[in-house]
Design a protein around this ligand. Structure first.
Ligand code: SF4
Length: 127
């Protein structure tokens, strides 16, 4: 299983003030089994969407690759990224939305860790 991780800083808005975006990608790569982690300031604007589409397309034909996005609420992400998701052709189960709001780097790492465990063992129920 290969997991490409994108983190959104939401322009540094209030719900993301607890996280240190200068160190988070490094911590994710160091502590968790992901292919890479990268931070973007606003994934739902034009440039951010282009980055997301590129990463989604890179996973399109690979049943072993997942794209994890740590950003706003899961349902909000699905709405904001609807066009990118449809355009990329990625299977919806290979897009993994993680709510990264209102927590520290350690909290985000825990949320990612939990989702990685679920991906590794889909028989486990979601938290
Ligand atoms: S994708 Fe979500 S977290 Fe990122 S800038 Fe847009 S609203 Fe904020």
């Amino acid at each position: 299983m290969k997991v490409k991780t994108l983190v959104c800083n939401c322009k540094g808005l209030d719900p993301f003030r607890f996280a240190d975006m200068n160190t988070l990608a490094f911590e994710i790569e160091s502590e968790l089994d992901v292919a890479y982690a990268a931070v973007h300031p606003q994934l739902c604007e034009q440039g951010g969407n282009a980055v997301l589409e590129d990463v989604l397309r890179s996973a399109q034909d690979d049943p072993d690759t997942y794209v994890m996005v740590c950003a706003c609420a899961e349902e909000t992400q699905k709405k904001l990224f609807k066009k990118a998701l449809h355009g990329s052709g990625i299977h919806e189960k290979h897009f993994v939305a993680v709510d990264a709001r209102n927590t520290t780097n350690d909290g985000i790492l825990e949320r990612i860790r939990a989702r990685l465990a679920e991906l590794a063992d889909p028989s486990k129920p979601r938290h």
